[in-house]
Structures are given as C-alpha cells and as structure tokens.
Design a protein around this ligand. Structure first.
Ligand SMILES: Cc1cc2nc3c(=O)[nH]c(=O)nc-3n(C[C@H](O)[C@H](O)[C@H](O)COP(=O)(O)OP(=O)(O)OC[C@H]3O[C@@H](n4cnc5c(N)ncnc54)[C@H](O)[C@@H]3O)c2cc1C
Ligand code: FES
Length: 396
C-alpha cells in the first residue's frame, strides 16, 4: 500500500522538505516493491524492537531496526510511533531522533528513541521487548540547521535532551546524517569515509566514534570545546544519557530544580552564565586584536581602555556571528532561553513539542503561531514546517 502527499517546504537548512509517505510493511510479512530508499523522505513501516534500555527514572532508550530510516534522518527530525493492530491508543505519538546506530560493517542499521513515560502510549512502550513489532512513520519535520558559528550552545529541559546526541555528533563531524546537498559526502551509507575507515581498522561496530579533525562532510565541524550542553531536570534521577554526552567530549553543564546534581536552579541560569562568559571572551579577543593592530601600526595609545563588562547592557550584535543556540524542552523554559538569546543577539532555534495526530501535515492538530513580516501572526504546522523554528519567528 502506498500513500503519498507531496509538499515542498523549505527546512531549517534551506532545503526542500518533501513530504512523501509510503506505507511499508516488513519484507518477511508482506513484501512491498517500493523501498523507502526509492523516493520518499518519509516512510511508514512496521519494524522490530532491537532492545530497550532504562536510562534514568521513567526514561528509556528504544532501539529499532530500520536502515532506511537511519539513512534518511537528520538531527532534530522525529518519528511517529504507535502499536500496530491496536486502537487504544489510536493515534501515534511523536519522538525525536536520539541517534542512529550502526551495524558491524558501519552502516546505519536503525534509530534510537529516548522517551519519558508520561501517559498511555509511553507506558505501553515501556513494556516492549526485543522482537516486538512497532509501527513507525518518518522522518518528519525539518531538523536543526547546520551550526556554522564558532560556538554552539545546546539547551535541554527535561526530556528535551533527546535531539542533542545526534546534533552534537553531526556538528563534531563524527557522523553524516541524511541525504542532503552540502553535507552528504556522496556515500550511500550516510557515514563519512574517515568514520568508516576508522571503524574498519578498529573492528568496532558502533559509536562513540572519535572526532574527525577534518571531516569532508560538514561545512564547518566544531571541536568538542566549542559545544556546550546545558541540561536541566527536576532532580538527578531524571538526567538521561549522560554517558552518551560525556563520550562526545563536549562541555556538559547540569542543573536540577532540587539541587541533587549540578547547579541548584534552572537551566536558564547556566545559559545566562554561558552567554555572559561568551561575551567577555569576545570582548577580550577584540581588545587583543586592537592591541595587536595598534602594535603593528606603531600607534601608542596604551593602556587600552577596558570595554564595559556586566552590568552594562550587552552590545546588540556582539555575539551574532560567534554563537548559536539550539533549545528543546518545556515551553516556559524555551521562552526564557529565547529572551536571553535576544538580549545577546544570538541566533536561537527552538524545537517545539506540540502534540500531533497525523505527523505529516494533513490534520492541522499541531499548529503553532508564527509572526508575520506585517506584524500579524499566522499558524504553521509543527510536524512539517517545524518542529524547529527560529525563536524570533514564534509568537510564544
Ligand atoms: C516533535 C516532537 C518530538 C518529541 N520527542 C520526544 C522525545 O524524544 N521523547 C519523549 O519522551 N517525548 C517526546 N515528545 C513528546 C511525546 O510525544 C509525548 O510525551 C507523548 O506523546 C506522550 O504520549 P502518551 O500517550 O504517553 O501520553 P498521553 O497519555 O497522550 O498524555 C499524558 C500527559 O502528557 C501530556 N502531553 C502529551 N503530549 C504532550 C506534549 N507534547 N507536550 C506537553 N504535554 C503533553 C498530556 O496532556 C497528558 O497530560 C515529542 C513531541 C514532539 C511534538
Ligand atoms: S500532526 Fe497533523 S498536520 Fe501536523
């Protein structure tokens, strides 16, 4: 059976995000002549659970066998998941890509989803075991843009951490995701040449892969020290996937509401500190450049007057070309992060977790309000035109 609904929507990376959904059942039960790799970017399939692992309190990683989906997906995209042959719950539920996983030959073999048990579907999911069948459609939505500035701040509240292992891995040049002009290295496996060679030499099957110093695949791979991950939860027992983030080597900063781990308070406090530090670093490097320039031109104007540091207001455009923020979590937290980003003029992208019904643009149950150039607002569908939007575009 084949269902297609084509639509051309520019995604966060400026590419056309065609919605083409095919219904695809597993080869062993009902062979379908249309492979997901033949045309559609989004497929509906019934696939198998490989494993289920508890990561934190009420939080699990579900590993699914789906090479087609693993080859197609990019960080920030999501999948709709439901139990096949079941009408309660009737609707699928959306879950972000946590990361792809690779087979022994280094090829994308499937997807990892990390979820928090909050209600009917997630309770059902927590009972799934290896071999169970799951109905999945995706990848859906636009994905995060490729980070090009010198610093990338990832901000997560609660289960909003889930898109970020893949985001960080891509930014580090450790893995190539999806089939995109400008990022795909031309291989059909979705992995960079260096990464495949690396695994072949060591015989390792999957991540963590060491960072590639000069990945040909990303326009601008970042180093681990250029990526900071600020992650806040209610308490320490909800912090999920810390080992995965540590393995990436990035700067991880934690906050808990009750002070049981990391900063005692909101994750937005960490964001504020990071932005202030970034601004001071930038001002210091500006002073250094000016001193060098004055030295070269022979001008003698020492000592250089210090640039104002807090509490003076930040310079409006100071951090703009230097940093960007990707954020996912509860709406009040994202609102607060968006305000901080605006204060420091840092481009900020928010990943919305709007409840969804169809997931592919047909039902309009997932709309969010976006600002229009004329000052008014209109609706956009989170499932196809999001879930990632520039913060300044949203009417939160
Ligand atoms: C694009 C996208 C990506 C997502 N990625 C993840 C992910 O990676 N991991 C993860 O755990 N969750 C993720 N979510 C949220 C996830 O879809 C919901 O937690 C899930 O639908 C809950 O299903 P349920 O049947 O267990 O809960 P339900 O029985 O449907 O609801 C239980 C309670 O949760 C509330 N609720 C349900 N969905 C949401 C929501 N989206 N926002 C606020 N409250 C809600 C309901 O109002 C109700 O009070 C994502 C959502 C979106 C839109
Ligand atoms: S969930 Fe149906 S249009 Fe978005």
């Amino acid at each position: 059976m084949l269902i297609r609904a084509n639509d051309a929507i520019p995604d966060a990376r400026g590419n056309s995000n065609r919605i083409a959904l095919s219904h695809h059942t597993p080869a062993e039960s009902m062979p379908d002549p249309l492979s997901c790799t033949d045309a559609p970017l989004a497929c509906q399939q019934i696939i198998r659970v490989v494993e289920q692992v508890r990561l934190a309190r009420d939080t699990y990683r579900l590993r699914l066998a789906a090479p087609d989906l693993a080859e197609a997906v990019v960080p920030g995209q999501s999948f709709m998941i439901r139990a096949p042959g079941v009408t309660n719950p009737l609707l699928g539920r959306p879950f972000a890509l946590y990361d792809t996983w690779l087979d022994g030959a280094g090829r994308p073999a499937g997807i990892d989803i990390v979820y928090l048990v909050v209600g009917k579907m997630t309770t059902l999911m927590s009972g799934w075991t290896a071999g169970d069948r799951v109905e999945v459609w995706g990848p859906l939505g636009n994905g995060f843009p490729l980070p090009t500035p010198k610093r990338l701040l990832l901000v997560a509240g609660g289960i909003g951490n889930t898109p970020f292992p893949a985001v960080a891995r891509e930014a580090l040049g450790q893995r190539v995701y999806g089939r995109r002009p400008g990022i795909d290295d031309g291989s059909s496996t979705g992995r960079s040449e260096t990464e495949r060679q690396g695994d072949g030499e060591t015989g390792r099957s999957i991540s963590p892969t060491p960072p590639l110093p000069h990945s040909p695949s990303l326009r601008l791979p970042l180093t681990p020290s250029q990526i900071t991950f600020c992650y806040g939860t209610r308490s320490a027992d909800y912090l999920a996937g810390l080992d995965d983030f540590a393995a990436l080597g990035i700067d991880v900063r934690l906050a808990t509401d009750d002070g049981t781990r990391g900063h005692h308070g909101f994750v937005t406090d960490l964001v504020d500190t990071w932005l202030e530090d970034a601004r001071e670093d930038l001002e210091e490097s500006t002073r250094k450049t000016e001193r060098q320039r004055d030295g070269e031109t022979g001008r003698n104007i020492s000592p250089t007057p210090p640039l104002p540091i807090s509490p003076s207001p930040p310079q409006a455009s100071s951090l703009k070309p230097q940093a960007s923020i990707f954020c996912c979590g509860p709406e009040p937290m994202m609102h607060a992060v968006a305000k901080l980003a605006a204060k420091h003029a840092v481009p900020c992208w928010l990943s919305l977790e709007t409840p969804m019904a169809c997931g592919f643009g047909a039902c309009f149950s997932c709309v969010t309000r976006v600002k229009q150039p004329d000052g008014h607002w209109d609706y956009r569908r989170t499932c196809v035109e999001g879930p990632i939007f520039p913060a300044e575009m949203l009417a939160l």
